[in-house]
Design a protein around this ligand. Sequence first.
Ligand SMILES: *Cc1c(COP(=O)(O)O)cnc(C)c1O
Length: 381
Amino acid sequence: MKKIPYGRQSITDKDIEAVVSTLTSDYLTQGPKVKEFEIEFAAYVGAKYAVAVSNATAGLHISVLALGLKPGERVITTPITFAASANCVRYAGGEVWFADIDPSSYLLDINSTKELIESKPPGFFKGIIPVDFAGLPVDLEKFRELADEHGLWLIEDACHAPGGFFTDSTGTQQKCGNGKFADISVFSFHPVKHIACGEGGMLTTNSEEIYKSLQSLRTHGITKEDMSRNEGGWYYEMKELGFNYRLTDFQAALGISQLQKNDVGVVRRNEIAQKYKKAFEGKLKFQSLKQGDLNAHHLFVIEVDKRKELYDFLHQNNILAQIHYIPVHTLPYYQSIGYENAKLENSESYYRSCISLPMFPTLTDDEQQYVIDKVIEFIHG
Ligand SMILES: *Cc1c(COP(=O)(O)O)cnc(C)c1O
């Protein structure tokens, strides 16, 4: 069997044509394709506004700035995520606080978050960044309620979950990034994610004010609108310290083409997940799923006792399983700034046993059967 990665992009001839035709247009960097991608993405997730950015990390950075995060202010996130979900707070000079995960969903635990908030005086925290880990949507209705109770903002890190949804208390399906509960949702177009642009990201929101702020921060804080004076056609104003976090038009062309296949990809990812679950039911632990929710399945994670041995065994057999994630508070940088004594038992116990199996739409049935056979061989051996 040839090497099977844990995730990979799929690029079709149509994707290639879309990029090539943009290369000979008038725009290489941000132009009409970026605008079109933003409009189509906003419509896809059901949000009012979308802002394309150079990658999701940049998007997280300007999201905390747009929500007004100042040096020294505190934000809560989950340790079981990619470091960028926490790093964005550090870029703005803020402090990251971690609440623990729910051991069955692997998502930021609302009770742990509530306890942390209520253990401090009012105003101690400014925001919460829950993550739709592995593609499983966070119940943002509950997090919005908690955030409102304490005057906090809410950023949904939806990098794993385009196309996923949860069902709210009224029985309505709420798609990730639809802007109804989170102030801003963040998506990534890194090749290992659902929609590949090489690098790229998208921010969605229902607030016009936040939308304008994100647009300004993406392009140096420069604007030609609402200027204090106008010295001529060339004149612009830089009103705040922004960045160059733009997406290029040829990346956006690839993104538009990839977005059209996302629903089909999510269906295929769920087929793969069903087959894994059927094979492992009663033998292994995997992520829970509430009735009425749709996991977009960026990842398929299992938990096993001899995790390192399974990792080595699968790699020896050309199955490039991966670990998601090393808890962020245990990374050397976070240890060096004072998290040595953090006690996040569910996250640390999850990390000791988790391993992500291959999960991507072009994984063949034969490849998946081979993966299943090897995992079963290991747990019976
Ligand atoms: C990939 C990822 C990011 C960062 O995305 P980039 O586009 O690579 O910057 C942030 N958060 C999560 C949960 C991710 O998986």
